[in-house]
Design a protein around this ligand. Structure first.
Ligand SMILES: [Zn+2]
Length: 457
């Protein structure tokens, strides 16, 4: 099996962690179908929940002949998991009976309701999830001898946790936690311990660079060679965020996206290109209105099927993410054959339709991060304006060292750039630096206030 082969990393510096990364496309498709069939048969036998759900939808395992037949399987909605866990706590009906013992619990951030809990056995966690994560660590050039500081509080957030464990247990790097450290303490420790790799959310690592600068330290002199971000859209989805990080830290920038409910999904290679762990996860990109597959490489809603997890597998899970597309045709310079992931453009609720134009929050973020006078603190609101029309209001904080007399010019610049990018007018407000909160994990930058009748003041 490709997924469970733990590489002994120190003897030879292999370019790829797993042979799955360079598997010929036809072999990958075959492997995906094999694993999908195996997963579906397993659940049909072991999971009363799936059996009943599928029977009700007229699906049974024999119908699955090609990968396309996955469309015969009904979707699994986040609300279904949540309701099931409320009725049958703690893990609900998607937990396969008899699986265990569990060694780790993942938890969604609960931004859209009660958090969902996902249990992992040792096999599911170290044998599968971390094997997805370690490819990202390896592609970022993290090796034994590196000193990795994981700059986030230790929460049941799987993406960063698995990257942490991959660095420590699979690669053999020195990993330094520091959940309760202040930003200044982190800067001191980065210097003292010779940290070469920083992991965290893009928002927090940009903030950390600012703290260093405010204390008279140029982050670029600290010797951080690699920055690996997760937890919210980073360089893979918002290129200007990657450029800002690179400029602040002078490091190579990598980005990963792990899903809580299924598998560690995608990560960037040394070319800055996103790749998908397709042997672990089957991804569909569908038109959000018709549920038909979009053309290859086009934007749509992401539906995920866990091909390998056995404790709480999600099959045709509606992730709630809108993605920029998956490219199965183009080959990457890095030599990997895994499909190219073009990044997230937002959650389904984060695509705001204003006067017929779809605006993604990631798109707004990319614009703001491209304007050098704007700090990393900003938010955007969907509101009803005075005439009852939908409107987007963007609130930005200028950089601290800019004189307030320049704020109006910055406001105009942001408004013009947004207008050019989206062909729709947005109102822009300047806030004094330090007004908006600083986030360590998952910045909450978008609020939809339209149903509350807020008129944007
Ligand atoms: Zn690549």
């Amino acid at each position: 099996m490709f997924m469970t082969g733990v590489r002994q990393t120190t003897e030879v510096d292999y370019k790829y962690w797993s042979p799955a990364e360079v598997m010929p496309r036809s072999v990958m498709k075959k492997l995906q179908l094999e694993r999908l069939k195996e997963q579906v048969n397993y659940l049909w036998q072991k999971s009363p929940f799936y059996r009943e759900k599928w029977q009700n939808a007229g699906f049974f395992p024999e119908k699955l002949k090609t990968l396309k037949d996955i469309r015969l399987i009904p979707f699994l909605k986040k609300e279904e998991i949540r309701e099931s866990q409320e009725k049958n706590p703690p893990f609900g009906m998607m937990q396969v009976p008899g699986r265990g013992p569990f060694i780790r619990i993942g938890m969604t951030s609960g931004t859209t309701g009660e958090p969902v809990l996902i249990p992992f056995t040792e096999e599911d966690y170290f044998g599968v999830y971390c094997q997805g994560a370690v490819r990202s660590v390896w592609a970022a050039g993290i090796r034994k001898g590196d000193v990795v500081h994981v700059a986030f509080g230790f929460t049941p957030f799987m993406g960063l946790a698995a990257s942490y464990d991959a660095c420590e247990h699979l690669v053999g790097a020195l990993v330094i936690p520091g959940g309760t450290w202040s930003s200044l303490m982190r800067i001191k420790m980065i210097k003292k311990l010779g940290v070469t790799v920083l992991m965290g959310t893009p928002t927090y690592l940009l903030h950390l660079a600012k703290v260093a600068q405010d204390n008279g330290i140029d982050p670029r002199t600290l010797g951080v060679r690699v920055i690996s971000t997760g937890g919210e859209p980073g360089a893979m989805s918002i290129p200007n965020t990657g450029l800002r990080l690179k400029e602040a830290w002078g490091s190579k920038i990598f980005d990963f996206a792990g899903t809580q409910e299924t598998q560690y999904m995608a990560w960037t290679c040394e070319e800055g290109v996103g790749h998908i762990n397709e042997d672990l996860l089957y991804c569909e990109v569908l038109d959000p209105e018709t549920n038909e597959p979009v053309k290859p490489g086009q934007s749509g809603k992401l539906v995920l099927t866990d091909l390998v997890g056995k404790s709480h597998p999600c099959i045709r899970f509606e992730s709630g993410d809108i993605v920029n597309g998956i490219d199965t045709e183009t080959s990457c310079k890095c030599g990997r054959t895994l499909s190219i992931f073009k990044g997230f453009s937002g959650r389904t609720g984060d695509i705001i339709k204003v006067r017929g134009v779809c605006v993604s929050v990631a798109g707004i973020e990319n614009v703001i991060r491209g304007i050098k006078e704007c700090s990393d603190s900003y938010e955007y609101l969907a509101i009803k304006n005075g005439r009852g029309m939908d409107e987007i209001k963007v609130r930005v904080e200028p950089n601290k060292d800019i004189d307030p007399s320049q704020w109006e010019n910055i406001r105009k610049k942001v408004a013009e750039t947004l207008q050019l990018s989206f062909m729709v007018n947005m109102s822009v407000e300047i806030l004094p630096p330090g007004t908006l909160p600083v986030y360590e994990l998952k910045a909450k930058r978008f609020r939809d206030l339209r149903s509350q009748g807020v008129s944007g003041s």
